[in-house]
Design a protein around this ligand. Structure first.
Ligand SMILES: Nc1ncnc2c1ncn2[C@@H]1O[C@H](COP(=O)(O)OP(=O)(O)OP(=O)(O)O)[C@@H](O)[C@H]1O
Ligand SMILES: [Mg+2]
Length: 228
């Protein structure tokens, strides 16, 4: 079946606080074809991160449906969903969310262990991927001992160790200088072109968006266009 990598139908998200309600998403339709690499731009607060979290099933919508590789994800059991998420999706965040107590190697290996309980294989693969991303001499450093660009490459290694078919990246270069941004984008582009990984990236940076085939814009909780 030629299903899309990601599809979201009429996604609404309301955050309910003590004395206010925020309508973060007001009926978003979005799809990512297999092998596509797209950017989502738009002002701060427009709903980009909220949408990416829901697409990646780490948050649930108030209304609407999400399909990953054709599967209606919120109809799955918790266990099935966790498995699908660990297998199919790699997340990269602005502040990378590496575990501070663990080394680069351990941070990456842990992601594999969540998916498959084989320690030896996990460490072997983690080392291979970190080496490929130019971090061979940083395997046993903790995140605080690494530069921002190095930390972000560790986060990418962690995101791809399970060979996901989809990468969801929320401002993956938001924290980096232009040289490191370029490195990160070249790694993502190569995953897209060589391994056919489908990628969606939220960014404020037009130079990042230029690596993508399409740019969507969000405003006030809606997606409103697509530029070829
Ligand atoms: N957990 C939450 N509780 C309440 N409101 C939230 C929550 N998360 C996000 N919001 C609100 O939802 C709206 C959309 O936020 P979101 O983080 O998706 O924006 P964004 O486009 O990613 O912005 P930025 O470019 O600054 O990262 C904002 O008004 C935000 O304050
Ligand atoms: Mg955001």
């Amino acid at each position: 079946m030629n299903s899309k990598a990601l599809k979201a139908e009429n996604i609404k998200k309301v955050f309910v606080g003590d004395n206010e309600k925020v309508e973060a998403l007001k009926g978003v339709n979005f799809s990512l074809e297999k092998g596509e690499m797209v950017a989502i731009m738009g002002p701060s607060g427009s709903g980009k991160s909220t949408l990416l979290h829901i697409l990646g099933t780490i948050d649930t919508p108030t209304e609407g449906k999400v399909y990953i590789n054709g599967k209606d994800v919120f109809s799955l059991s918790e266990k099935q969903l966790a498995r699908l998420r660990n297998k199919e999706i790699g997340f990269v965040f602005q502040f990378h969310h590496l575990l501070p107590e663990f080394t680069a190697l351990e941070n990456v290996a842990l992601a594999y262990l969540l998916y498959k309980n084989n320690k030896k294989e996990a460490f072997k693969k983690a080392e291979e991927i970190l080496t490929k991303l130019g971090l061979k001499d940083r395997l046993n450093h903790k995140p605080s001992q690494l530069s921002g660009g190095q930390q972000q490459r560790v986060a990418i290694a962690r995101a791809i160790i399970n060979r996901p078919s989809i990468i969801i990246a929320d401002e993956p270069t938001g924290n980096l200088d232009s040289e490191n941004s370029k490195k990160v984008m070249e790694i993502l582009k190569e995953l897209n072109e060589k391994d056919n990984v489908s990628i969606v990236i939220a960014t404020h940076d037009i130079d990042v968006a230029k690596y993508c085939q399409y740019i969507y814009y969000m405003k006030d909780g809606l997606i409103f266009s697509k530029n070829p």
